[in-house]
Design a protein around this ligand. Structure first.
Ligand code: MN
Length: 233
C-alpha cells in the first residue's frame, strides 16, 4: 500500500527545557469558563455544563513566532488560556482519576475571528471558521507534570505592547481541570497527544498588525506572538 497523498507532517508543540516535541493529535477548547468573560460576551455565567469546540492540530503556532493577520476578519481577538496536554488515553474518566491522564501544561492564545464568531452565533451556525482557522492556536512549551506538578491556581495575564488587557486567576475557572477532563471524556475518548484549551478570563480584545501579544501564567513563564500584516495572495 502506498499513500497517494501524504502522510502529512506531524503537528507538534515544544517541551519546556528540552529539544523534544509533543505530537499533537487534536485540540479541544472550552467555551466560556470564566464568569466575567461569559458576562462580557453577553451570556449568563450560570454553571451550565461546559461546551467544547475544536481547532485543527496543524493550527498550532510556537512561542516567539509571527502570525500574519488572518483573512476574512476585521476583528482578530486574543484569548489567554491554560492548556492541558493529555498523556494517557481514557474514556468516561472520573474526576478523581482525571489528573492521572495529564502529561503537562502550557500557555495558550486562542486566536478568534470575533466578527465571524458573532455572526455565526447570531445565525446558529458552527464556530469552525471563527475559531479553527490557520495558525489560530498559539501554544507555548509544555511543562511536564513530572517536573512542574499540576496547575490549578495562579495568575493568568495577557498584555499587548506592554499594556495589560487580561488579568485573571486560574482558580476562577468555572470548570476546573479534573472536571473538564471528566466531562470531555464522556463525549469522546481522549488520546495521548490531545490538547485542551481551558477558556479565557475577561478582557479579550483586538489585535492589529504590529502588535506584540504576551501571555503569562504563574509557574509556566510567558509566551510572545507578533502580528504582522495580511499575507498577499
Ligand atoms: Mn477560548
Amino acid at each position: 500500500m502506498a499513500f497517494v497523498i501524504g502522510p502529512h507532517p506531524v503537528a507538534s508543540v515544544a517541551v519546556a527545557g528540552s529539544g523534544d516535541r509533543f505530537a499533537v493529535r487534536r485540540i479541544f477548547c472550552v467555551g466560556r469558563n470564566y464568569a466575567a468573560h461569559a458576562r462580557e460576551m453577553g451570556k449568563d455565567p450560570d454553571r451550565e455544563p461546559p461546551f467544547f469546540f475544536t481547532k485543527p492540530a496543524d493550527a498550532v503556532v510556537d512561542d516567539g513566532e509571527a502570525i500574519a493577520y488572518p483573512p476574512l476578519t476585521q476583528n482578530l481577538h486574543h484569548e489567554a488560556e491554560l492548556v492541558i496536554a493529555i498523556g494517557t488515553d481514557g474514556r468516561d474518566i472520573d474526576e478523581s482519576d482525571a489528573l492521572d491522564h495529564v502529561w503537562g501544561y502550557g500557555i495558550g492564545n486562542d486566536l478568534t475571528r470575533r466578527d465571524l464568531q458573532s455572526a455565526a452565533r447570531d445565525q446558529g451556525r458552527p464556530w469552525d471558521m471563527s475559531k479553527g482557522f490557520d495558525r489560530s492556536a498559539v501554544i507555548g512549551p509544555l511543562h511536564p507534570v513530572s517536573r512542574s506538578g499540576h496547575v490549578s491556581k495562579g495568575s493568568i495575564r495577557l498584555s499587548v505592547n506592554g499594556t495589560l488587557r487580561q488579568d485573571g486567576d486560574l482558580s476562577d475557572m468555572i470548570w476546573a481541570v479534573p472536571e473538564i477532563i471528566s466531562v470531555l471524556s464522556r463525549s469522546v475518548t481522549l488520546k495521548a497527544g490531545d490538547l485542551i484549551m481551558t477558556g479565557t478570563p475577561a478582557g479579550v480584545g483586538p489585535l492589529v498588525p504590529g502588535d506584540v501579544c504576551v501571555v503569562s501564567i504563574e509557574g509556566l513563564g510567558e509566551i510572545a506572538t507578533t502580528i504582522t500584516g495580511r499575507e498577499s495572495a
